[in-house]
Design a protein around this ligand. Structure first.
Ligand code: URA
Length: 211
């Protein structure tokens, strides 16, 4: 297993609180960055408090912002299907995001996803650190570059480290993979099938961490 030199990336002590519900209640009033101003809801993580596996995505999308639940939109549905193909029981996993408010640019009636910046990711790692402190997962699955930046800082890269299991300084193993939304953007069918098969292969590695 490779070990990163530093991390969780921003060495935040994380929010205090004895339970995930307590921390979620505090996060509802979060003003640590400006994203709370335009978002409909703060979208906290979801899943069993004894989950062995924690998935970390980027930020809630349009559907998640309205539903106040993570991974319920197209990327989440695709993740569910790929987990099923990989033989992983999604109900045993906790899903959350590096950033807990939807960042978007309005275009007519639509809200177009906008990537959170480094300051927003750093501010929000306060909540992710608290989730990981309480969940004590045996594996964190980092979906895409924003999650990886939040977990391990700039030293890890999805393109270079994909499929590897790195580790936070506190010793939590982190499986590096892509964000499922990247599969929704594949250019042609052959490309899409190949990318999806590779993603499912990455997810199969989770099996060994389920107790
Ligand atoms: N993409 C994410 O990264 N997180 C979600 O909750 C939904 C889409």
């Amino acid at each position: 297993m490779l070990t990163s030199n530093k991390g969780p990336a921003f060495e935040t002590p994380g929010a205090e609180g004895g339970t995930l519900s307590e921390i979620e209640r505090d996060a509802e009033d979060c003003t640590r960055c400006d994203l709370y101003r335009d978002a409909t809801h703060m979208v906290f993580g979801e899943g069993p408090s004894k989950a062995d596996i924690v998935f970390v995505g980027e930020q809630p999308g349009d559907k998640e912002d309205l539903a106040a639940r993570p991974f319920v939109g197209p990327a989440g549905k695709l993740l569910d299907k790929c987990l099923e193909e990989a033989g992983i029981d999604r109900d045993r996993c906790y899903v959350t995001n590096a950033v807990k408010h939807f960042k978007f640019t309005p275009r007519g009636k639509r809200r177009i996803h906008s990537k959170p910046n480094a300051g927003e990711v750093r501010a929000c790692s306060w909540w992710l650190a608290a989730e990981l402190r309480l969940l004590k997962p045996s594996l964190v699955v980092s979906l895409g570059a924003t999650a990886l930046y939040s977990l391990l800082g700039r030293q890890a890269k999805v393109t270079r480290d994909r499929g590897q299991i790195l580790s936070t300084p506190s010793g939590v193993p982190v499986l590096v993979t892509i964000h499922p939304s990247a599969l929704l953007r594949s250019r042609d069918r052959a490309d899409a099938e190949m990318n999806r098969a590779r993603f499912v292969d990455d997810l199969r590695r989770i099996g060994g961490f389920l107790k």
